[in-house]
Design a protein around this ligand. Structure first.
Ligand code: TRP
Length: 406
């Protein structure tokens, strides 16, 4: 049996509420949230089990569970039977943690954790300050610099910021125990009406002066994300909101030079949104819009010599277009197989985060995304909710179907 940790603080989170089996093939023997369970205990155990699903070693898994607890700070101690620390926009039930698996053909998926270090703060301004402090502590610990973030501090951390977030960070949990770090910033910090100006200014400071002009039309920018640390080609990424998006428009959103095939994007969209039967198009021949929660695009800028983005991602919020997670999982499996990826780690990952059946709720799979980065094969990313606080009940019947009866 592998010894995962002797750190008393860490073990207290994990062992306070029942036996915990740390063998690589082991199962946590009691999973249902127990009275007195903490947010940190819940999330740390999910990470340990997800790491196993992603093929990470026991010592890497333990290291990453500890890293998550450190990043969450004092809210890790918060009992789960209290309400969430605040109405975080990070997830539907306001858990300050969300997972994702990034699949590539012929390799194990990479596990990532998105989290809000400042979720326990009293104000959005404090939330941002705590977030910055957490990222800088990571930078010291893993020896990377935060210069790209520091240069933007005045834009994204004004004294009296507006929502819907201050700072999130994502960790790519690679073998070796040292994650890659990304930060997500809020273009609406100085007011939603200033979002475009804020992103344009930020991109300019990062050396992407003409980048914003190359982006497709959208309702507004939602996030600016930065790769920090040891990346081959650190990216600045702009997430845009596209209300009432339909497959043909989604297919035309990419502004990358080589670009993914439009037919491939449209097909991904229809399958993820449940608009097709067997990939052949919508049952009634019309393309329905994403009218409950918008689709998102994300363009990545790496080359400062050119204004064109080198990466494009389409995010479909599958949870608002599926009755239950069984449906969402079927779509994810279809998409993974179509793109040459083994869906088994996804099934294992869902079991790692919850004991409920996929049919018994909706929202465990939050988004399905198609990722194109120049020079690499297409990737599929599946976002998995922590459901620390709530499971959304399954929907009775999809609206499209109810309408089709008339
Ligand atoms: N919860 C928000 C949303 O659903 C933000 C968010 C969390 C998000 N994880 C994401 C957006 C992954 C895109 C992809 O929009």
């Amino acid at each position: 049996m592998e010894q995962i940790s002797t750190d008393p603080d860490f073990m207290r989170h994990l062992t306070a509420f029942g036996p915990f089996d740390t063998r690589p093939s082991g199962r946590v023997s009691s999973w249902a949230p127990t009275p007195g369970e903490t947010l940190g205990g819940h999330a740390a155990r999910q990470v340990l089990r997800l790491c196993e699903a992603a093929g990470l070693s026991g010592s890497d898994s333990a290291e990453y569970a500890r890293t998550l607890l450190t990043a969450l700070g004092p809210v890790a101690e918060r009992p789960l039977d209290l309400p969430p620390p605040y109405d975080s926009f990070l997830s539907d039930d306001h858990s300050p943690v969300e997972y994702s698996l990034a699949f590539t053909p012929d390799a194990r998926p990479t596990l990532r954790v998105l989290l809000e270090p400042g979720c326990g703060a009293e104000s959005l301004a404090d939330n941002g300050r705590v977030g910055l402090r957490a990222v800088r502590a990571m930078a010291r610990r893993w020896g990377f610099d935060t210069q790209r973030l520091d240069e933007l501090e005045d834009l994204f951390f004004p004294p009296d910021p507006e929502g819907p977030l201050a700072l999130w960070c994502a960790l790519e949990l690679l073998p070796g125990g040292v994650p890659k770090v990304k930060v997500y910033l809020n273009p609406a910090a100085s007011g939603e009406e200033r979002s475009v100006a804020t992103v344009r200014e930020a991109l300019g400071r990062l050396g992407h002066g003409r980048a914003f002009a190359s982006l497709p039309p959208s309702e507004r920018p939602l996030f600016l994300a930065l790769d920090l640390g040891d990346w081959e080609e650190p990216r600045a990424k702009v997430y845009l909101v596209h209300r009432d998006l339909r497959a043909p428009e989604a297919a035309g959103l990419s502004r990358t030079a080589g670009g993914p095939a439009q037919a491939e994007i449209a097909r991904f969209f229809r399958t993820a949104a449940g608009h097709d039967v067997d990939g052949l198009g919508s049952p009634d021949g019309r393309d329905a819009p994403l009218d409950r929660r918008p689709g998102l695009s994300c363009h990545a800028f790496t080359e400062t010599g050119t204004a064109l983005p080198s990466g494009f991602t389409l995010h479909v919020p599958v949870r608002d277009y599926a009755r239950h997670d069984g449906e969402a999982l079927d779509r994810a499996v279809t998409l993974l197989r179509r793109h040459g990826m083994d869906p088994a780690p996804l099934v294992q990952a869902l079991r790692a985060v919850t004991t409920r059946r996929p049919e018994d709720g909706v929202g465990l799979i939050a988004y399905l995304a198609l990722v194109h980065q120049e020079g690499r094969p297409a990737r599929v990313t599946v976002y998995i909710s922590s459901e620390a606080y709530e499971v959304r009940p399954p929907a009775p019947a999809p609206r499209a179907r109810a309408e089709a009866v008339h």
